[in-house]
Design a binder for this molecule. Sequence first.
Ligand SMILES: Cc1cc2nc3c(=O)[nH]c(=O)nc-3n(C[C@H](O)[C@H](O)[C@H](O)COP(=O)(O)O)c2cc1C
Length: 179
Amino acid sequence: MKLLALSGSARTASTNTAMLDSFCRLAPPDIDLVLYHGLADLPIFSPDREGENAPAMVNEFICAVHQADGIIVASPEYVRGIPGGLKNAIDWLVSGDEIIAKPIVLAHASHRGSDMLASLRLVLGTVSHRFNAELFVQFPLMSQTPQDVRRTLETKGNTSMIVAFLKEFSTYIVQSDTD
Ligand SMILES: Cc1cc2nc3c(=O)[nH]c(=O)nc-3n(C[C@H](O)[C@H](O)[C@H](O)COP(=O)(O)O)c2cc1C
């Protein structure tokens, strides 16, 4: 099972990225979860630059999405919405085939951000009919350093919650596959 993790934060010390990094470290052996690092470097989306005209970075991103059996997204809220970099990345996927049946779930590294979460649920439910809004995990990690995020998540109780989340997502991917 190959999973891709996307963080909506370009911040070096991002709690969302650190949380996803812990997910990668805690994933059971049969789940290969990889964090995508190129989101902040993707060019601004334009329909004029799709297909044959797509920049190499965009093709690499689309390929990473294509090769993943499922995607986990985690993002901060910026000005009550989805950060531009994450929305830009999603926009690059919309007219292709890679996203439409891709299983997607959300995780969240803050006790705040409900407007962004509502908006992201709407967007992800629009681009993929296998977005699973019920499967969701949230930790109050706002303002923690990446080291503290790791310490908090890699304790027994939180670790078992994360492993259970990843296993449930893996089961959902298999069970919702109608191909
Ligand atoms: C430009 C900017 C706008 C923000 N807007 C909001 C907001 O509207 N609502 C909110 O709850 N937090 C807002 N925040 C706080 C971030 O969502 C919060 O610090 C988040 O945990 C950062 O995630 P990260 O550690 O992954 O970068 C904003 C932060 C920045 C830098």
